[in-house]
Design a protein around this ligand. Structure first.
Ligand SMILES: [Zn+2]
Length: 273
């Protein structure tokens, strides 16, 4: 069975089209954001170098966006990954000089299929996205999804189709829940917020910012769960949102796909634990 790459792009686009990433810009004196299609990368200025939160999707796009800000990819000395999903790790090759950290519980998630559908659902998706006009496929121009990144299992009464294996080709260190890292002018604490994936980790930076990645979405300034289809454990995900609500020591919450807020009281106003 050959699966057209555009079908997979369509399935993903159905989720990502709802996302509201921040356009590339300098947000604060010590914080920059890069938009790589539907995902954001944040860059914290530390002395004359940068610490990146996540690595985005497309290395070429990332380099282009960095140029707009006058930042060289080689000045990124550290990349802190929040989890192992493709849209957070695929851009790593843009950051050749960086030391990379992956949350410990994400190591077990590497090289695993991330999306599994029944053949019936898959055929419906193929139909639904047959007319989809992808200007820029996140997976390049391949006509067909690579076979080694796909698995078909006979699972009565349906076939199951699995795709989107996540991988990291660079060497990395691991970081554990509660671990603290100290840089020239920056101190960072890792806080596990599992649910979207097993090891999804947020980073609290300088008692000022928290980067929660896919740990929640923001809708008109209010916290809501992340896309259901892309979340592995809904119950754990909700518990982790309540965990973030009860955390202290930051003035801003940044997500990787749904912008940011500086009004934390409002953000959690309607959130029921
Ligand atoms: Zn994501």
């Amino acid at each position: 069975m050959k699966i057209k790459t555009s079908t997979i792009s369509g399935i993903i686009a159905n989720e990502t089209n709802r996302m509201t990433p921040i356009p590339t810009q300098q947000l604060f004196e010590d914080l920059y954001v890069i938009q790589d299609s539907f995902a954001n990368i944040f860059l914290i200025k530390d002395n004359k170098k940068f610490i990146a939160i996540d690595a985005g999707i497309n290395p070429d796009q990332i380099k282009q966006e960095l140029t707009k800000l006058g930042i060289s990819a080689d000045d990124v000395k550290t990349v802190l990954l929040t989890h192992s999903d493709i849209d957070h790790v695929n851009g790593l090759s843009a950051f050749n000089k960086a030391e990379i950290y992956l949350p410990k519980a994400e190591v077990a998630m590497l090289n695993k299929f991330r999306i599994t559908m029944t053949e019936t659902d898959f055929n419906a998706a193929t139909q639904a996205y047959s007319d989809l006009n992808q200007d820029e496929s996140m997976f390049g121009d391949d006509d067909y999804w690579p076979q080694d990144d796909m698995q078909i299992t006979n699972h009565s009464p349906h076939q199951l189709i699995s795709f989107m294996k996540n991988k990291i080709n660079q060497s990395f260190k691991t970081i554990d829940d509660g671990e603290k890292l100290h840089f020239d002018q920056t101190s960072i604490e890792a806080v596990l917020i599992a649910g979207h994936t097993k090891g999804l980790t947020s980073y609290i930076v300088n008692q000022k910012y928290i980067f929660v990645s896919d740990g929640l979405s923001l809708q008109n300034g209010y916290v809501a769960p992340f896309n259901k289809f892309l979340t592995l454990d809904q119950e754990q995900h909700r518990k982790s949102i309540s965990k973030i609500k009860n955390l202290k020591g930051f003035d801003y919450i940044f997500t990787q796909h749904y912008g940011y807020t500086g009004n934390i009281a409002k953000a959690f106003e309607n959130w029921l634990d």
